[in-house]
Design a binder for this molecule. Structure first.
Ligand code: ATP
Ligand code: MG
Length: 221
């Protein structure tokens, strides 16, 4: 369970202060599939990175399965993060010098022990429709293919939580639908909790719960 309490994050730019996330409270149960929608700049990415312990809040708490993320050491936090969750970032984040298979396997170097990591990485790439791109480097892939490698990578550590920031933003409709079907399958079969930022009303409609962000604040939609 993810418990977010009175969470705020602001940035100072020159003399201006931007309240990117403003007093947000919400609870997400294990196995939920939640969408977060909202205009550009409304604070979605900031909230996601706060929930994942990548950004430190100005005030408020994020508690995941009883662990208050900012009450533990940096080292414990990164271990906790690696065991529990994975991110699909809004912008491509593959390592250019590694091929698809190696990129997908990268998190296994830091996280928990995964048996048959390379077989599982292959399987995930195949699920993403990239059977013939396992040995290609990011520069040899289209934007949508790179995105699908990043999606495959998010599952390799068998996370309990996936934080996805517009995961299908640059995919065609058909591939987007396939990826969403896979997410829903992972959600029901493996009880993975999904928190998915999206601009697509279709995707939001498929989720059990939708939150809307506006100027840092959040409301159930
Ligand atoms: N590192 C930063 N420094 C200063 N301001 C920032 C920083 N990161 C985000 N912001 C500001 O915080 C606000 C929220 O940004 P955020 O990236 O969370 O929005 P978003 O909802 O994800 O937008 P988009 O849909 O465009 O991705 C914006 O006004 C943005 O300019
Ligand atoms: Mg964003």
């Amino acid at each position: 369970m993810i418990e977010v309490k009175e969470l705020s994050k602001s940035y100072k730019v020159g003399s201006e202060t931007v309240n990117a996330v403003d007093n947000v409270s919400l609870t997400i149960d294990k196995g939920e599939f939640v969408a977060i929608v909202g205009h550009s700049g409304s604070g979605k990415t900031t909230l996601l990175s706060l929930m994942g312990g990548l950004t430190k809040p100005v005030s408020g708490t994020v508690t995941i399965d009883g662990v208050n993320l900012w009450s533990i050491s940096d080292n414990d936090l990164s271990v906790f993060r690696n065991r529990k969750m994975n991110f699909i970032y809004q912008f491509s984040s593959l390592i250019p010098t590694l091929n698809s298979l190696e990129n997908v396997m990268l998190p296994t170097a830091f996280g928990k022990e995964i048996t048959n990591a390379s077989e599982y990485a292959s399987e995930l790439l195949e699920l993403m429709g990239l059977k013939d791109k396992k040995f290609s480097y990011p520069s040899q892939l289209s934007g949508g293919q790179q995105r699908r490698v990043a999606i495959a990578r998010a599952f390799i550590n068998r996370p309990e939580i996936i934080l996805a920031d517009e995961p299908t933003g640059d995919l065609d409709e058909e591939t987007e639908a396939e990826v969403m079907t896979l997410f829903h399958r992972m959600n029901s079969e493996q009880k993975i909790t999904f928190i998915c930022v999206t601009h697509s009303t279709d995707i939001a409609k498929q989720c059990r719960k939708t939150y809307r962000m506006s100027q840092g604040a959040i409301k159930e939609a």
